[in-house]
Design a protein around this ligand. Sequence first.
Ligand code: ATP
Ligand code: MG
Length: 390
Amino acid sequence: MNDILLLKQGEIVLKGLNRRVFEDKLVSNVRRRMAHVGNFRVYAAQSTVYVEPLDDGADMEAAFEAARQIFGFVAVVRAAACPKDPDAVFETAREYLAADFAAARSFKVETKRSDKSYPMTSIQLSQYVGGLLADAYPDVAVDVHDPELTVRVEIRENAAYVHSVPALGAGGMPVGSCGSAVSLLSGGIDSPVSTWMTAKRGVHIIPVHFFSFPYTSELAKQKVIDLARLLAPWCGRMTLEIVPFTHIQEEIRDKCPEEYFTVIMRRFMTRIAERIALQNRCGAIVTGESLGQVASQTMHALAVTQEPVKLPVLRPLICMDKREIIEIARKIGTFETSILPYEDCCTVFTPRHPRTKPRLEEVLEAEKPLDVEALVEEAVRQTESVLISK
Ligand code: ATP
Ligand code: MG
């Protein structure tokens, strides 16, 4: 059987002149992902990316699952390819969908033709193939209004394709087609979701993690590496940057008033993130902040946190409730890892009474005893890069 994947392009079909650029990115992303599961020919035509196995060694099930995690497709279809001749279409449907026919009580055939020179209309072909299938499977009734099984036939330029239910694609834009951003990745529930949401809009991600050994353990670091690995099927290959944060936190603890610990610490995170972003030609900094979730996420605190940098700070979760964030975390497969009980550097030296409405002048005053530039420079220099690939 000529098993094939048809990946239906999403939003990029609306792109005008530079659509080719998006499509090329999409095809190269698919090639890279499919390389793990077999030899495939991957090409784009008619708003679809075709994934054709080149030999019997290809794992089609794995390819299908991988395709569902590639941003840029609205639907993912596993289909059988056959010649466009109506009898070949019938034979293919009969064989390829035998299990579906065994399970269904009713069916219909639905045809789409992108090859408009095809001698039969869509309705004629559906009727012809439907008639033969009704004879072949006499226990399954034809029901054109509400069938349990819809046999889909697509007549395209080079071949016909037969399949049943298309699966939902991941949506979004091809990763890498909308630039790069650093994404602050803690071990929590939120930041894997904000990272995923940004990648979904076509952004290549460089995750950045702040690590406060020995206040936070090797296990906490491993958890972040594991989270990045869970994100890699969606985000593609990434370099996780692990920034040593202990010295900065100790300096803040020793030299700054307690009520400003968190906001000053977060200003360091933003500065370091921007430094790493600029080194890697990134256009933005992404965080998992959500309005009002904690004292450091009030509007005042957010303003003070982003004050030291010029790059835009993207906060995909800003108006989402925890419940909504958790729903996505479950869907993308990061939730179970996120709730493992390892501490984050944000919970080290937390003030008993953090300022929820910090004023910038006061924070600048509180920061004065610190050699900000030297601390940032030292942290960036000692940053460890970990390659995360699928
Ligand atoms: P999360 O669930 O992602 O940990 P949170 O609700 O715990 O978020 P905070 O701890 O206040 O919120 O952090 C807000 C955001 O700051 C996080 O979503 C993340 O983007 C960033 N952040 C926090 N701690 C770290 C860290 N150790 N390394 C990198 N980024 C961090
Ligand atoms: Mg956190």
